[in-house]
Design a protein around this ligand. Structure first.
Ligand SMILES: [Mg+2]
Length: 182
């Protein structure tokens, strides 16, 4: 079923507001809702790309919920996505609070760079897709391509200008982004 997967191509995905509805500091697996078309888009993307989940979860650093709760939310999302193996090649939940020194927290490119190194990815064939400025910045900082999934809650003049300056495409959904860029 997957003869054409390019093991050097990677799709780095934001979670909240990109794959699942952004409920704001989601800590209850029962609150996980896939966005329309996201499941089908990731099944399609997995046929040609390695998938990586890259999510800022400052709710951990802020003490709103635990890493275990954040992982339970992820597990629920993965159950709903029902991706065939290998599913996500790696998952990064960056736990830092915004005011704490950033290690993995986007816009840090550290997770992307580590995956490129570890899995031998070709940066020219990697994308970071997300709904916030920090997603786009992480991709640009890592030297890969980046695309915006427009979220009315986070779309701003700053985001528009960043896309314009860096020539980044913008889409209304993950499904549209995957259809266009992969
Ligand atoms: Mg997001």
């Amino acid at each position: 079923m997957t003869p054409s997967r390019d093991t050097r191509a990677g799709l780095f995905l934001d979670r909240d507001g990109t794959i699942i509805a952004d409920a704001g500091f989601l800590s209850d697996p029962a609150g996980v809702v896939l966005l329309a078309g996201a499941k089908e888009a990731l099944h399609r993307a997995l046929r040609s790309h390695r998938l990586y989940l890259f999510s800022n979860q400052s709710g951990i650093g802020r003490g709103y919920y635990t890493l275990a709760q954040a992982l339970a939310v992820n597990a629920r999302m993965e159950a709903l996505l029902a991706l065939p193996p290998p599913g996500f090649s790696a998952v990064c939940l960056a736990p830092e609070a915004p005011e704490a020194p950033a290690v993995y927290r986007k816009p840090s490119p550290r997770f992307i760079r580590e995956c490129i190194e570890k899995d031998g990815l070709d940066p020219a064939r990697c994308w970071m897709v997300g709904d916030r400025l920090s997603d786009l910045q992480a991709g640009v900082n890592a030297g890969i391509r980046a695309a915006l999934v427009r979220n009315p809650d986070h779309f701003s003049e700053e985001v528009r200008l960043f896309c314009q300056t860096h020539g980044l495409p913008a889409f209304d959904s993950l499904a549209q982004a995957v259809a266009a860029v992969l």
